[in-house]
Design a protein around this ligand. Sequence first.
Ligand SMILES: *Cc1c(COP(=O)(O)O)cnc(C)c1O
Length: 344
Amino acid sequence: MKQLEELVRPNIWGLAPYSSARNEYSGQAAHVFLDANENPYNSPFNRYPDPLQLELKAQVSKVKGVPAENIFLGNGSDEAIDLAYRIFCNPSQDNVVAIEPTYGMYKVCADINNVEYRPVLLDADYQISAGKLLSACDEKTKLIWICSPNNPTANNICREEIVGVLQDFQGIVVVDEAYSDFSKQQTFRSELGKYINLIVLNTMSKAWGSAAIRLGMAFASRDIIYLFNKVKYPYNVNLLTQNQAIEALRDPYQVQDWVKTILNERTRLVCAFRDLACVVKVYPTDANFFLAKMTDAQGIYNYLVEKGIVVRNRNKITLCGNCLRITVGTKSENSELLAALRTF
Ligand SMILES: *Cc1c(COP(=O)(O)O)cnc(C)c1O
C-alpha cells in the first residue's frame, strides 16, 4: 500500500477534530458535571453519550475477536461507507472501483461526494478476478468496494481473488461482510494484522436482528480508525443504541439460533422455488436471501404486492434481468409466499 498520508485527503490529514466536553475530561471519576451545558434533570437522557462508545466496543471486541482500538462504530454501516469517501476521496479528482452489481449505497455515497464511481461487471456466475478489478484502477483510485456475500447476488466472492486485490492494490480495500454471519466463508476480520489497507464492515442490521437501532461497524488498522473518529460527528451513536447493542451482544447464542433457523428455511424455500413453474433459475446463496430468475419478474412482483407480500424487484439491475430478491422470513411467511407463487 502507499503511505497512508498519500491516500488521505490533505484537509482531513491536517484536520484538528472537534473536541467535546466529554472528550476533554477523561480524568479520575467525577460526580459534578458542569462542563457540557446539559440540563441537570431527566437522567440518564440529559447527558451526552460516550463519544467513543468504550463499553460497547469492549463487548463488540469480545464477540468479533478484534481489539477495541481497531473498531469504529457508526449510525449503521452506511455511516462508515460515507466516511470512507469523505476521508480518502478528493471530490471531482479521485475515483473508486466496485464490483457490479452490488449494494447501492457505494454508488449513492460516491455521487453525494462527487467522486467518480467505476463499476466492474461480475461474470455470469457472479464472480470476479483480482486482475479485472485492478485493471480498472489508476493513480487516482483510492478505494475498492467488495461485498461478500454480495447483495443482491447472495454469493460469496471468491476469497483468493479478494486476497489478490488486498495484496496488489496500492489503496484501501473495503470488504463489506454485512451477511457473513450466514456464510461458512472465513471472515476477513482475522486478516487485519496482515493487510494494513483492509477495512471490514459488519452491521447489527441483519443476523443480529437490530436494524432499527442503527449500528454498523468498521474494523481496520489503528491509523485508519483514528481518521474515522476524527471525521465522524462527535456523538454519532446515541445512548439508547449503545445500551440496546450491549444487551444484544450479550446473547450471541440467540443469533446462532436465528441463523440456523433461517438457513433451514432458506433450504426449504430454494428447493420449493426450483419446482415452481414461474421460476427459471435460483442462484447459489451464502446469505439470508437469494436471487431467483423468474418467467416474468415484474408481473410476479405486482401479483405478490396485491396479495400483501413484498419482495425486492431487481429486474432493472445489471445482470439481474427478470430477477427477484427474496429475503428468508419465518416459516409461515415463507409458506405464504410459496402458496401465492403456486397459484400465479
Ligand atoms: C443491509 C446492508 C448493510 C447494512 O447497512 P446498515 O446501515 O448497517 O443497516 C450494509 N451493507 C450491505 C451490503 C447490506 O446489504
